[in-house]
Design a protein around this ligand. Sequence first.
Ligand SMILES: N[C@@H](CCC[C@H](N)C(=O)O)C(=O)O
Length: 313
Amino acid sequence: MTSHTEPALSARPGLTGLSFSKGHGTGNDFILVADPNGSVDVTAADVAAACDRHRGIGADGLIRAVPSSFLPEGRALLEDTPEAQWFMDYRNSDGSVSEMCGNGVRVFVHFLLESGLVELADGASMAIGTRGGVKVVKRSVDGYSVDMGPWEFIYPEAAAARATDSLVEADGLQVARPGLSISMGNPHTVVALAEIAELRATRLFDAPSVDPAPPHGTNVEFVVPHDPLMHDGVGQLSMRVHERGVGETLSCGTGACAAAIATRYWAGADAPDVWSVTVPGGIVGVRFTVSAQGGEHVHLSGPAVLVARGTFS
Ligand SMILES: N[C@@H](CCC[C@H](N)C(=O)O)C(=O)O
């Protein structure tokens, strides 16, 4: 922790009296609450009020740390993965539920450790339940590294036939651009731009339009592969993101994974398996491995920081 505050913040009844921490991963910021007894009923309106940057604490999302056994989704995961004792109940700043958050799960584990709710021996890893499946987190040189599991194309036939599946329009872009939709547990549509000037000129205040949009909406990543693409064998790209349920954020971990997957796919057979993704809030790492069962897994690494804690008044 770098600082402590005990602010008197007005909140809706569901959060009153609850302790919270505030943290971020490369500027993607979260309010975290511990609910070890599964007794906190957080409504969409509670989340939106807490995440409001003017009238609340302000954050891109709210994360409830709850034992998996208290949620039906968590109990289903425990059948195959009994070690996934803690569940990341993730809400976007508008109150909507998301399946997964890559930056959030690193900050979540840091929060569990700092709160004394769990311990993690050197070199050990921890399984975390999410609505996007179990994610395995361990410490890494840049903070925490997450085995995000497998990925998939949302429209596999279109991806195989033409490497794109949709048209994306955004303010500041002269023409609609092709997008490629990828699931990291949550949905993403990745759009390649030619140069950094174009990335900067894209305005992401309003949600880009994606046609066809994935059935449950999508997070949209605009990426610029660097030239040259590789530095010391590591693929390089820059990215900005408009998140479903939030707006533009400084970073998105699942989005960085989707961006690396799409760029690697477009680059062809010689593309690297290790990527450095520069986002407005910093840099995250993405790596691909083949699992013991033969499928490909994506790994995300990056920092996790807690900056304050307080109590909802
Ligand atoms: N910022 C997150 C993703 C959060 C959820 C997303 N907005 C959605 O609705 O899917 C990340 O780091 O992955």
